[in-house]
Design a protein around this ligand. Structure first.
Ligand code: IPM
Ligand code: MN
Length: 359
């Protein structure tokens, strides 16, 4: 079977981490007898430099013809002065819209060997296994009116019940397949959109009687994530809160570089690490490719119905960490049995462990 994959490295550390993810993708293609036709396209700052647009027409055509999109990262300070409509980030937002991916799954899984290195106490983070379901196509990211002059600026938070309903369904069915607990996060004590959010989520919940639904205000959720992260299973929230809380949760996993993501619901899945372009370390071989490689695992699960391959990638990541391999971001000073490795070396180790799980 042949599947088309759009490969969009983007900016900063994007190309470095995506090169490793690509090797894992090609390797699993061979192992599971699938042909992945991988075609590279430009997005973000790289696309602005080449095509004067953060999501140029050739990339749009490529993504439209693909079953899945693998993306590195977008953004660089050098584009800070461009108007919003021309910034690298706009390319990613437009791509999400183009694909129609309204639900962004962001799992936060704490690999055991990293629990001791977390800035949060080991007994608090050990065993954390939660998933954010972030609404991805609505809210203040896209709401109108939206404008700015010298002394006044406006952004608009808008949600329709339909937008809340469809993402809530994804979250409830995910919770149903896991530990059956769903936390819905809002600011219903202040925001009208949050009142609608809360009511709509409760209404969808009637179709999932086995799932226990809890509501939390976002400020409280931000605190509970650090105090009792193990109390969470699936967390559903709006676009902006999901963006903020998932970076916070990166601390639990040891580094934001650990987190993968999948954006689903549209005609082709979009897979990208949660971390950004990290221009400060771009080109230094220090970036952690695990978030990107984990995103390939999510692609196997959600776009290609290859749960075995997804599991194999996840286990290989776990084994690499068990063996002590660490990129700079997850290296803990003073701890025993660690080997500091480059982006490439981490990719090598994970590929080897995908190929020979018992090595
Ligand atoms: C993310 C990023 C993006 C977002 C930016 C780059 C537009 O921070 O995927 O979390 O805010 O959604
Ligand atoms: Mn973010």
């Amino acid at each position: 079977m042949k599947s088309k994959i759009a490969f969009l490295p983007g900016d900063g550390v994007g190309p470095e981490v995506l090169a490793e993810a690509r090797r894992v993708l090609e390797l699993c293609g061979r192992l599971y007898d699938r042909t992945f036709e991988i075609t590279e396209g430009a997005i973000g700052g790289t696309a602005i430099d080449r095509y004067d647009s953060p999501l140029p027409p050739p990339t749009i055509e490529l993504c439209k013809a693909s079953q899945a999109v693998l993306l590195g990262a977008v953004g660089d300070r050098k584009y800070d002065s461009l108007p919003s409509a021309k910034k690298p980030e706009r390319g990613l937002l437009d791509l999400r819209t183009l694909l129609g991916n309204y639900a962004n799954l962001r799992p936060v899984y704490v690999f055991d060997p990293l629990a001791d290195g977390s800035n949060v106490r080991p007994e608090v983070v050990r065993g954390v296994d939660l998933v954010f379901v972030r609404e991805l196509l609505g809210g203040v990211y896209f709401g109108t009116p939206r404008h700015r002059d010298k002394s006044r600026a406006v952004d608009t938070e808008v949600y329709t019940a339909d937008e809340v309903r469809r993402v809530a369904r994804v979250a409830f069915s995910l919770a149903q397949s896991r530990r059956k607990k769903l936390t819905s996060v809002d600011k219903a004590n202040v925001l009208e959109t949050s009142i609608l959010w809360r009511e709509t989520v409760a209404e969808v919940g009637r179709d999932y009687p086995e799932v226990a639904l809890e509501n939390l205000y976002v400020d409280n959720c931000a605190m509970q994530l650090i105090l009792k992260p193990k109390s969470f299973d699936v967390v559903v929230t709006n676009n902006l809160f999901g963006d903020i809380l998932s970076d916070e949760a990166g601390v639990l996993a040891g580094s934001l570089g650990m987190l993968p993501s999948a954006a689903i619901g549209g005609f082709a899945g979009l897979y990208e690490p949660v971390h950004g372009s990290a221009p400060d370390i771009a080109g230094t071989s220090q970036a952690n490719p695990i978030g990107a490689i984990g995103s390939v695992g999510m692609m196997f699960e959600h776009s290609f119905r290859l749960p075995e391959a997804a599991q194999r990638v996840q286990s290989a990541i776990g084994r690499a960490l068990d063996k002590g391999y660490r990129t700079r971001d997850i290296y803990s000073q003073g701890a025993a049995n660690q080997k500091l490795v480059t982006t490439r070396e981490m990719g090598d180790v994970i590929c080897k462990l995908v190929e020979q799980p018992d090595a």
